[in-house]
Design a protein around this ligand. Structure first.
Ligand code: SF4
Ligand code: SF4
Length: 155
């Protein structure tokens, strides 16, 4: 016997026109305000402004390994970042130097798997990793998604 009530109450045509007009006026008001105050415009004219783009400090791009002026990084090949990574994006290939000390052979970063969570950076006790501000990562070359972050063996 009972008919289901409509999920939303039906609006009269007059009500609909009033709401639509209000919405239109609000939108035009915002457009007019930005026309009058161009410095407040938040829309980024990407990609024309590529060189002036500024990122929030917390922006997470691909993982990177900073090197100092002498070309040295801070990694000790401890492997904690590899363990902290939830999806196997980092592979630590350790080796031994002439003094038989364990050193980093390669830190292989499988960029295509990275979720940019930052857990590897947090896990590193030597502050050897950073989330970069790199963007525009699209590529049709598979090799672009397999990176070795250190410059050479032991460094
Ligand atoms: S950012 Fe996250 S997913 Fe990417 S390498 Fe680090 S821990 Fe792994
Ligand atoms: S980057 Fe940091 S956590 Fe990863 S192996 Fe090197 S020292 Fe250890």
């Amino acid at each position: 016997m009972s008919q289901h009530a409509p999920a939303y109450p039906r609006r009269s045509l007059a009500r609909y026109l009033i709401d639509a007009t209000k919405s239109l006026v609000t939108g035009l008001g915002i457009t007019g305000r930005y026309l009058a105050h161009p410095k407040e415009v938040v829309t980024r004219e990407y990609p024309d402004n590529r060189t002036q783009l500024r990122f929030a400090e917390r922006f997470r791009g691909p993982v990177t390994m900073p090197h100092d002026e002498a070309g040295e990084h801070r990694c000790t090949a401890c492997g904690l970042c590899e363990k902290a990574c939830p999806n196997g994006t980092i592979s630590i290939l350790a080796t031994r130097n002439l003094a038989d000390k364990r050193v980093l052979g390669q830190l292989v970063y499988h960029l295509g798997q990275c979720s940019f969570c930052g857990l590897c950076v947090e896990a590193c006790p030597f502050d050897a990793l950073r989330m970069s501000h790199e963007f525009e990562l699209a590529s049709d070359q598979k090799a672009d998604f397999e990176r070795v972050l250190n410059h050479k063996e032991g460094r």
